[in-house]
Ligand binder design. Sequence first.
Ligand SMILES: Nc1nc2c(ncn2[C@@H]2O[C@H](COP(=O)(O)OP(=O)(O)OP(=O)(O)O)[C@@H](O)[C@H]2O)c(=O)[nH]1
Ligand SMILES: [Mg+2]
Length: 283
Amino acid sequence: MALRTRFFTLTPQIPFPSSTSSSFSLLSLRRPLPRSATFSSSAAAVQTVLFVPPGVEPQEVDDSMVLPGSNIVIGPYAGDSRIKGVEFVKSSGKARDCPKDDRPEFAILGRSNVGKSSLINSLVRKKEIALTSKKPGKTQLINHFLVNKSWYLVDLPGYGFAKAPEAAKMDWSSFTKGYFLNRDTLVAVLLLIDASVPPQKIDLDCANWLGRNNIPITFVFTKCDKIKVAKGKRPDENIRDFQEIIRQNYKIHPPWIMTSSVTGMGRDDLLLHMSQLRNYWDQ
Ligand SMILES: Nc1nc2c(ncn2[C@@H]2O[C@H](COP(=O)(O)OP(=O)(O)OP(=O)(O)O)[C@@H](O)[C@H]2O)c(=O)[nH]1
Ligand SMILES: [Mg+2]
């Protein structure tokens, strides 16, 4: 059976009034704790509801089980999260060209330039296995990287980049239909959100689309090292604002975590979280 039907439970449909009139279902493993948790990152605190994985009773949770800079509780399915090897497998222009085996995979999704390729390089500790660029629109194909010969990281083209060369533009309707809806080996989408800018409608719309299609997500906030902004808000403030929107609209929060590909912040913790999702999927 596919993960998304046996791993995640659906909440009742909740209206999503801010950006679309359609209704939204959010995915979570279990009901969240009735209390909220607070994490401090520089001055502002981020309030959130904890994500409690299978095998953990909400009343059992204590602070030592929560990953720093996240709402993620680590449970008994978390395992060895070390990276022993990574190899680029292939680039695919269409979903049907993707590797055809049963290995579990995580899709890295987000706006162009949010740091998808950089996150992959940081997770596997290889400088340029996934190609990065200051210019948006660098990644234009579905790129599969095989980790520890047992699971895939998938670097996807970014959305929200209007100026991509016509020939290189992704056909998102066929892409989403072909990849997200039919990829039975998809454990979760890591939806990357740039913490150095305020919440973006396009990211909320993307979360909305994934939720409506019962695809599990983890919000991965990127660029959390960018604290020296001349104007505007700090990453922790932007993340707090993003959580506020999520909390207003949804009863259950997906897991979320703060990261930086420059400093390595959140890298080990995200890998541990991915190990618990993968091990549960694999059982
Ligand atoms: N300060 C900072 N910069 C980052 C971080 N992650 C990525 N960047 C920078 O952001 C730019 C875009 O990074 P990429 O990893 O190429 O972004 P992408 O999401 O793969 O972009 P596309 O493939 O074009 O969709 C590069 O200049 C990176 O060096 C981060 O955590 N902190
Ligand atoms: Mg890229």
